[in-house]
Ligand binder design. Structure first.
Ligand SMILES: Cc1cc2nc3c(=O)[nH]c(=O)nc-3n(C[C@H](O)[C@H](O)[C@H](O)COP(=O)(O)O)c2cc1C
Length: 165
């Protein structure tokens, strides 16, 4: 089966999560998988042809996905993900570390990148296999919080388990 993990990343954290998710999927599917992990700017139409699984991840930027991720999702044709299993994740700051009541209130109101990504994927016909997930970084630029790479591996394994159901 053909699987693609797409990510954007400014400081490298989301790419690390994407590679951990991709490796977990690749390991679980072994020889059955034709798996690629690509930056959003490197995805070409042929990467989407005959796809069975698409995972999209973005850093949360201003309560939303990165501009490049949003533009890429917007450019996907209607129904182009029909028959494709999809999953979405983001990286995000941990509001427990941010000493701002205003920002915490805004986050409660406007959220993060993963859910809007999942919605964009299902709107184009994709079938969401696991709930949208967020992975935490330290401060504003990372590094990733302890245990997040392991959580990404587990999330990738969960995706494969859902494919087999
Ligand atoms: C301009 C800017 C806006 C950000 N906005 C948010 C935000 O709205 N919510 C949040 O949780 N984190 C926010 N962050 C933290 C990013 O999510 C963090 O930089 C990202 O997860 C790092 O991933 P990357 O290394 O792949 O770029 C912001 C960071 C920057 C630099």
């Amino acid at each position: 089966m053909k699987a693609l993990v797409v990510c954007d990343s400014f400081f490298g954290n989301t790419e690390k999560i994407a590679r951990a998710v991709g490796d977990a999927i690749g390991d679980a599917l072994a020889a059955q998988a034709d798996l690629l992990t690509l930056r959003v700017g490197d995805v070409r139409p042929e990467h989407l042809a005959g796809l069975s699984l698409l995972v999209v991840g973005s850093p949360t930027r201003a309560f939303s996905a990165s501009p490049a991720t949003k533009a890429w999702l917007k450019a996907l044709a209607p129904n182009s993900l029909r028959g494709v299993k999809v999953a979405a994740f983001d990286t995000r700051a941990d509001m427990n570390d941010v000493n701002s009541r205003t920002l915490t209130a805004f986050v409660k109101l406007f959220g993060y990148a993963a859910e809007p990504i999942a919605n964009a994927l299902t709107k184009r016909g994709g079938t969401l296999v696991v709930p949208a997930e967020g992975f935490f970084i330290k401060d504003k630029e990372g590094p990733l919080k302890d245990g997040e790479l392991e959580r990404a591996t587990a999330w990738g394994q969960q995706i494969v388990a859902k494919l087999k159901e």
